[in-house]
Design a binder for this molecule. Sequence first.
Ligand code: NAP
Length: 236
Amino acid sequence: MSERLKGKVAIVTGASGGIGRAIVAELLSESCTVIGLNQNQDPSNIGYYEFIADVTNRARIEEVIGEIIQTFRRIDILVNNAGVTKDTLFYRMSYEDWDSVINVNLTGAFNLTKACIKEIVRNEGVIINISSVVGLEGNIGQTNYSASKSGLIGFTKSLAKEFGRKNVRVNAIAPGFIETPMTERLGEELKNKALERIALRRFGRPEEVAKLVKFLILDGTYITGQVIIIDGGLEL
Ligand code: NAP
């Protein structure tokens, strides 16, 4: 246990999920005060402060961030990690499939950033957006998801340019296949096909993504506006 983030306050959305939980664990290991924002209560909370809010609900997000500022007095780090998939071929994609994925993955990140930005600027903080390799390359059956993840990349780069002079760093992480509930849902055949395309011949572990998040926060002090790919050598 080290204390490099002692006194800092981090918000992680989707803290109950596979990657979210690993990010929380990594930040806790540096003595950070970690606040997880979940839409449902986390039955296996690993020791973070939990707030229940849907990232698409702007009024609720503003309320929760207000409470967090009142209670913890600061926000230094925001990890926009909450995300969903609703995969289907384009002909079959409903308006609802499109809207819900864009709303959670892209507009959700906007909502959180909007609510936290003044605090993050005040503390010369860090924002990390969890995008995806699909946001760089596209993928069959994921027009909604890939558009949301590409959108996050544009959002990241523009924010980095806008807030660089305030010493706020904003980066995106683009994971490939990571072992989480999100990829558990893929069938065996699809998983095996994916493995053949990964140079390291395995899916990534959530902890590996979380270590990159920690690196960007603590050591990547001259890195901003970047998309860091973590995919074990995946060829899409
Ligand atoms: P996961 O295990 O399914 O976790 C997703 C998390 O997001 C859950 O905590 C979920 O909460 C939360 N969430 C979903 N909708 C929400 C909403 N409207 N408001 C608040 N929270 C919400 O997925 P994961 O694999 O850890 O994914 C985390 C991030 O990494 C996502 O942005 C995903 O797109 C990205 N990513 C994952 C992979 C991968 O291979 N796993 C690859 C590339 C990128 P509930 O469970 O309560 O709904």
